[in-house]
Design a protein around this ligand. Structure first.
Ligand code: ADP
Ligand code: MG
Length: 247
């Protein structure tokens, strides 16, 4: 399997705070990697360093074998990588379709067609296919600001796939989402992976959500990687239970 992303010895220190302190992990093509760990252990900072929002103190990030450390977010977007933030990033005044078109504008269809199928390479057509995959056809013309919170989180995730046909980093996609919408979200993310071959990393606090969605899980604690493995292995790992799952 090809390695889409490889993070090696990543560090980000803020003065004396070692937010990320020597993190290494990789993402293989076609997998859903979970990134979990207690609040403040450095998960979002890791995403910020991968996507160029923050310059790492040390370490290397490779995308498809190519060193991309310190590249700007817009350059990484062009290479097919995107992310969501813990807080929603949808444009409330624009429709669902317009939000998706805007999110995909770096890719003009060619790269998107790898993810969404080759039919029509146009951006509007790609947005409509994404709307179909996310089962939002009935909402396509609605303003994003008028959707429920859970629907906006779905749209936010769909936008990330438009912006990052190669790799998506989702920061707490299920945060604050109610139980019904949680099932929808998991279902759509799973379909994006199994049917469309999407590769992504998910930061998430909801343990059942992570464990049932992800193919592999990396556990962080205090800026480092504590454990890594299949969900059932990680769940049984005494160090993980001690540091995280136990409380
Ligand atoms: P997580 O996403 O795992 O909850 P974060 O990556 O957001 O954790 O934060 C890791 C640590 O780094 C925390 O102690 C946080 O307070 C600190 N931190 C994050 N961003 C900054 C920043 N811009 N300046 C200073 N400290 C920060
Ligand atoms: Mg965070």
């Amino acid at each position: 399997m090809a390695r889409v992303l490889e993070v090696s010895g990543l560090r980000k220190h803020f003065g004396g705070i070692k937010a990320v302190d020597g993190v290494s992990f990789h993402v293989e093509e076609g997998e859903i990697l979970g990134l979990i760990g207690p609040n403040g252990c450095g998960k979002s900072t890791t995403f910020n360093c991968i996507l160029g929002q923050l310059a790492p103190t040390d370490g290397e990030v490779r995308l498809d074998g190519r060193v991309v450390t310190g590249m700007r977010p817009s350059e990484l977007n062009r290479l097919g990588v995107s992310r969501t933030f813990q807080l929603l990033q949808v444009f409330p005044q624009l429709s669902v379709r317009e939000n998706l078109i805007l999110a995909g504008q770096e890719h003009k269809g060619t790269m998107l067609s790898r993810l969404l199928g080759p039919r029509d390479a146009g951006l509007t057509a790609a947005a409509d296919r994404m709307i179909g995959f996310f089962k939002m056809s009935h909402l396509a013309g609605e303003k994003a600001g008028g959707l429920s919170y859970g629907q906006q989180k779905l749209l936010d995730a769909a936008m990330a796939f438009m912006a990052g046909p190669r790799l998506v980093l989702l920061d707490e996609p299920a945060g604050g989402v109610n139980l019904t919408m949680l099932g929808d979200l998991k279902d759509r993310l799973q379909a994006m992976n199994r049917e469309q071959g999407a590769t992504f990393v998910v930061i998430e606090h909801n343990m059942d959500f992570v464990m049932s969605l992800c193919t592999r899980v990396v556990v962080m604690a205090e800026g480092r990687v504590l454990a890594e493995g299949r969900p059932e292995e990680v769940r049984r790992n005494p160090a993980v239970i001690d540091a995280y799952l136990g409380h």
